[in-house]
Design a binder for this molecule. Sequence first.
Ligand SMILES: Cc1cc2nc3c(=O)[nH]c(=O)nc-3n(C[C@H](O)[C@H](O)[C@H](O)COP(=O)(O)O)c2cc1C
Length: 184
Amino acid sequence: MTKTIVVYHSGYGHTQRLAQFVAEGANAELLAIDAEGNLPEGGWDKLAAADAIIFGAPTYMGGPSWQFKKFADASSKAWFTRQWSDKVFGGFTNSASFNGDKQNTLVALQTLASQHGGIWVSLGLLPSNSKAATRQDLNSLGGSIGALAQSPSDASVDEIPQGDLDTGKSYGARVAAIAAKLKG
Ligand SMILES: Cc1cc2nc3c(=O)[nH]c(=O)nc-3n(C[C@H](O)[C@H](O)[C@H](O)COP(=O)(O)O)c2cc1C
């Protein structure tokens, strides 16, 4: 049985809602980075024991939130000892604009995984970009590195387009399935 952890920060709950869908798809445990950029007690041990780690952060000012970055910098302890080497990784982000520079955040998450010697899993979905496409479709934001969600700036957490949440769920399932395959 593979163990997957979704470790994420969310300032106002939107990225958390996406994290819940990713975790559902991956059958994963959620690990929240708090408002001070810290993990709960035992969080680092859970990450060390995981087969797969999925990072999540909102896009703030064109990159991951500072709380996620604090977590990323703190992971240098695990980096020194190659604790996360050869684990399977994925990542997702959410922001208000359709573009909003979300790609920068995904690249930052992918780079963090690569610094750790991890194996990154792409989104694996075609974009839904025909005239008939709607925001209820999978991957209507057309990502490839990881999962993207767009929460309009005045939307409550219950108003995130369902297609984006379902994209997160599908991606979580893909990361977990690949981790299971690699574990054998
Ligand atoms: C400090 C700050 C910076 C932001 N920068 C961006 C940005 O660069 N691009 C964007 O599309 N949205 C940006 N937003 C909007 C958030 O990404 C959006 O509200 C998101 O849903 C917040 O996720 P959360 O509820 O998990 O914190 C920003 C919001 C804040 C608070």
